[in-house]
Design a protein around this ligand. Structure first.
Ligand code: SF4
Ligand code: SF4
Length: 411
């Protein structure tokens, strides 16, 4: 695609990066077929190609209006279009730059800014989120049913095995997951312990920064990245084997630390090292010998929701499914597995109508094969699916952990 961005703008590295991405798009439109918002709304401006055009127009100085922001806001950043694109257009990065620019060129109304700032001030901070959940759950009986189902309950953690193996890995606890699904990391620690790996945690690490990064608060996001790098670095120096992510949304973000901090002389090298050490839990397991657990699934019927950050963001589609099959689970068919469930960070709160439509479509697809349980690999998807599912929704590692524990008890 030809572009005509003013040379003064091209001096800014992020605009030059956007220009290169725009030029890689040949406008073929293949991506529209797999875009969830295009499927729902049928409008070119709610397709990847349409949004690419809107960003190009804005950067060329032609238009940067409320209309541009509306269509950029509706994008889930699911990156399904990236998986489909034959030209390798880095749409995820382009929309991030586009969103940062629209905030500058056509600022939001005050109310919208306040809502977004409130979300960013609470959700990524565990103590604040704990308080918000406590207050929400205390007033649960007074809430309308629709809101009640959306409000996650705080859950208590289960015990983790002590550090006892030579092989050691770090795990990111994250921000929301320790409150709403603390069993996930405990289950990961128990499963890895059985495979001869101790899973450690750095208390000073926190939110990965994804929510800030995707909501045009890049500097705050970089602050979170630096804090996590500082928290992890002593373990890296100590020879940790990997940094394990049990939430694929966080994994996709931490794998980008190297890129996000490439211009920071104090952190660029460390950030690149952190990204190179980062693995989704499924990447760890697929390389381990868990043949002794080959039959633990006992033919249980499972529907696997492949989160966008796993299949499109990290290009790890099919890995969890293979692990589950090797453990003896039967995967039920899931139509349109490439489509987003509508969780997408704060999307469920900021775009409730589209988010709910996508959720209903996803649940219909997941429940079609009559599974006993639905599994996912991302806390956001888990909470979103749970809010409306009649079938239990769990992180896939919890499933393995439960069956492994019952197999050990049977012995
Ligand atoms: S993003 Fe890729 S698939 Fe979509 S129009 Fe551009 S080149 Fe074609
Ligand atoms: S990221 Fe997802 S919602 Fe956004 S344009 Fe691409 S496919 Fe559509």
């Amino acid at each position: 695609m030809q572009t005509a961005i003013p040379p003064s703008q091209l001096q800014r590295p992020e605009i030059a990066e956007a220009d290169a991405i725009l030029r890689s798009c040949v406008h073929c439109g293949f991506c529209t077929a797999t875009c969830p918002t295009y499927q729902l709304l049928g409008s070119e401006l709610d397709s990847p190609r349409g949004r690419i055009y809107l960003i190009k127009e804005m950067l060329e100085g032609n238009t940067s209006s409320e209309k541009t922001r509306l269509h950029l806001d509706r994008c889930l950043t699911c990156r399904s279009c990236e998986t489909t694109c034959p030209s390798g257009v880095q749409y995820g990065r382009l929309i991030e730059i586009g969103r940062n620019e629209i905030e500058i060129r056509a600022p939001r109304p005050l109310w919208s800014r306040l809502v977004r700032q409130a979300l960013l001030a609470v959700i990524p901070y565990t103590p604040r989120m704990r308080l918000a959940l406590l207050l929400g759950n205390l007033s649960r009986p007074l809430l309308p049913a629709s809101l009640r189902r959306k409000l996650p309950r705080s859950r208590s953690a289960s015990p983790r095995p002590p550090e006892r193996h030579q092989r050691r890995m770090l795990v990111l606890e994250g921000c929301v997951q320790p409150l709403t699904a603390p069993t996930t990391n405990a289950a990961a620690a128990r499963v890895l312990d059985k495979l001869g790996i101790s899973l450690l945690s750095a208390a000073a690490a926190g939110c990965c920064g994804a929510m800030h990064q995707h909501m045009s608060a890049a500097e705050d996001a970089r602050g979170m990245m630096r804090r996590n790098i500082d928290a992890w670095w002593p373990y890296v120096d100590d020879g940790i084997e990997a940094i394990v992510m049990t939430a694929s949304g966080c994994g996709a973000m931490v794998k980008e630390y190297g890129h996000a901090l490439q211009d920071d002389p104090a952190y660029a090298t460390k950030a690149a090292r952190i990204s190179s050490l980062t693995r989704d839990l499924s990447e760890i397991l697929r390389n381990e010998d868990f043949s002794r657990f080959a039959e633990i699934g006992k033919g249980k019927r499972v529907a696997c929701q492949s989160s966008c950050t796993l299949q499109h963001g990290q290009k790890l589609g099919g890995v969890v499914e293979k692990i589950l099959q090797q453990c003896g689970y039967v995967l039920t068919p899931v139509a349109d597995g490439h489509l987003c469930c509508g969780a997408a960070g704060a999307y469920t709160l900021l775009q409730p109508a589209l988010s709910q439509q996508l959720l209903q479509n996803k649940l219909q697809a997941l429940e079609q094969g009559k599974p006993e349980v639905i599994v996912t690999s991302n806390i956001g998807c888990q909470l979103h699916l749970e809010s409306a599912s009649n079938i239990p929704v769990r992180h896939w590692i919890e499933l393995l952990d439960t069956e492994m524990a019952s197999k050990s008890a049977d012995r």
